[in-house]
Every structure is written in structure tokens, then in C-alpha cells.
Design a protein around this ligand. Structure first.
Ligand SMILES: [Zn+2]
Length: 115
């Protein structure tokens, strides 16, 4: 995962979703990132800070919500949180599983300074 290009994507998305005059009021960008997505939160924060310095998003910070990696088993129907990249059910060990969560990578919310 390239955190720098991800940070640029986040900034582009924020710029597309808000009018230009609102951008300096953005205080927090809340992200949902799955533990399975491979994103390193610290490097994402570092990249984001580096490319927003002296821009209209200078005051904005990232708030990262980590979504755990969860599997549902098609054999025993249990939902477990095995250690990624184990794709085996934590209950019965079957490989007949589907990923429920953990690959998220999205902006959940923008927190904007109220007047
Ligand atoms: Zn199972």
C-alpha cells in the first residue's frame, strides 16, 4: 500500500465533496480502514501532514477507525476474527469462509468547524 498516494486520493475526495470556501474549516477527516487493507496508519498520517502543510487543509487531521478482520464460516456459521492473512475459520478450521469486514478503505465523515 502506498500511503502517499492514498493521502492524495483522500484530499482529492474531500475537495470534490466540499465547496472551496469550506476547506479551511475541515478539522477532522474520519476514515474507516480495515486491518486487512494493509494501510499503515502512522505512515498515512505522516504523508497526509506532509502534503497538507501550507494548504487550505492545513488544520485538518486524520482520525482513523480500524475495522477488524472478520470471517464468517460457511460450514459452522460462526463469525471469528482470525489473524490475517489466515483465511481459516477460527472455530472449526474450515477454509470455506467469506470476509465480512477488514478490507474497508473509506471516508466515513468530515468534521467541519461550526461558525
Ligand atoms: Zn467454521
Amino acid at each position: 500500500m502506498h500511503e502517499l498516494s492514498l493521502a492524495k486520493d483522500i484530499i482529492d475526495t474531500v475537495k470534490q465533496s466540499l465547496p472551496a470556501e469550506e476547506l479551511p474549516k475541515v478539522r477532522k477527516i474520519v476514515l474507516e480502514i480495515g486491518t486487512y487493507s494493509g494501510v499503515v496508519s502512522d505512515s498515512l498520517n505522516f504523508s497526509f501532514e506532509a502534503i497538507t502543510t501550507d494548504t487550505e487543509l492545513n488544520e485538518a487531521e486524520l482520525e482513523i477507525i480500524e475495522i477488524p478482520f472478520r470471517l464468517k464460516c460457511n460450514l459452522c456459521s460462526n463469525e471469528t476474527e482470525p489473524e490475517f492473512p489466515m483465511m481459516l475459520c477460527g472455530n472449526c478450521g474450515s477454509s470455506n469462509t467469506v470476509v465480512l469486514s477488514g478490507d474497508e478503505l473509506k471516508i466515513k465523515e468530515l468534521k467541519i468547524l461550526e461558525n
